[in-house]
Design a protein around this ligand. Structure first.
Ligand code: GLU
Length: 313
């Protein structure tokens, strides 16, 4: 696929979907997430996309360098860090099955005795935060240091306003963490777990930073920016498998069907996807479909793999 003109493909997707001058698509479909009040403040008509190849070439369009709230996408770096610390503990405390339910479902968690279906729904990420708190002296700082190593960018941080906004309206996540505590699957104080969780989800990145951060998942565990091996190959394969089956709430089947790559979305309107051995791509458009995935982000990635003519299948 080396002869592919990625910049031309991204430019044509942007022309089609970017709000200015878009012709063929309904670019105003969907609404921004409002259940975290601060997320409702973004301009909904932004659109950015960035694709990075393993040779280091970067192709970007639109608002690719505007920072946004990555939300659930940040669960993947948290998973990688927790797996680096203690893979056995992680897989003892959660499953790897698609949930087929909303990302913050309570009834499934009760039915399954406090064991999250997978690490990419809220319950799973809350357990990941609990693992990090138990294992690390300064969990928040060490988590962000790990993200700096993945991205090669020391400026990546969280937005405290977004974190506080989510914390103040975290009643459902508080219910999840307390329910798991009652089953013995949370070892630290629920408040401490929630504090870390909202600062994980409030991570801000641009599409360009995000594509680079996820590059190691396309590159057998080596970062794109300095080639350092930060994850063993088998861990990368497993994380990609979990993203493929569980990365899109209860729309993972639709994403596999339409796009055909492992990836992860967040309610900030970002989606990151990777094609092992070829590229990592991030797209951002804040309007969400009814399942909580970026409406245009899904469409953009569908157009990308259709135009390239390759998926992992
Ligand atoms: N912080 C969000 C929540 O817990 C993350 C949701 C998401 O992006 O899927 O509701």
């Amino acid at each position: 696929m080396s002869e592919i003109d990625y910049q031309r493909i991204l430019t044509s997707i942007h022309r089609r979907l970017g709000s200015e001058g878009a012709t063929e698509e309904d670019v105003r479909s969907g609404d921004v997430a409002a259940y975290i009040p601060e997320l409702a403040c973004v301009n909904p008509d932004q659109f950015g996309m960035s694709l990075q190849c393993l040779d280091g070439s970067v192709h970007s369009v639109g608002d690719a360098d505007v920072p946004f709230s990555v939300q659930s996408i940040a669960k993947v770096p948290a998973l990688l860090l927790a797996l680096t610390i203690d893979p056995d503990e992680v897989w003892e405390r959660m499953d790897v099955e698609p949930s087929g339910n909303a990302f913050n479902s309570l009834f499934q968690l009760e039915y399954e005795q406090g064991v999250p279906r997978n690490p990419l729904i809220n319950a799973g990420a809350l357990v990941l935060c609990d693992v990090l708190i138990s294992a690390l002296k300064r969990p928040l700082e060490e988590l962000y240091a790990f993200v700096h190593a993945l991205s090669g960018d020391m400026s990546v941080s969280w937005n405290e306003r977004v974190a506080r906004s989510e914390r103040a309206s975290s009643h459902r996540n508080a219910a999840l963490v307390n329910l798991m505590k009652s089953f013995g699957n949370i070892h630290n104080e629920p408040d401490e777990v929630l504090d870390l969780y909202v600062r994980l989800c409030a991570m801000e990145m641009t599409c360009t930073q995000l594509a680079c951060t996820f590059g190691l998942l396309a590159n057998e565990g080596r970062t794109l920016h300095d080639g350092k091996a930060l994850a063993p190959g088998v861990m990368v394969q497993r994380v990609n498998a979990v993203m493929q089956t569980c990365g899109f709430y209860d729309e993972a089947g639709e994403f596999a069907f339409r796009v055909g790559l492992p990836g992860k979305s967040g309610v900030g309107g970002g989606i990151v996807a990777i094609h092992p051995r070829y590229y990592s791509v991030a797209v951002w458009s804040p309007r969400l479909n009814e399942r909580g995935n970026s409406f245009l982000g899904m469409r953009a990635l569908e157009l990308l793999t259709a135009e390239i003519g390759h998926t992992i299948f």
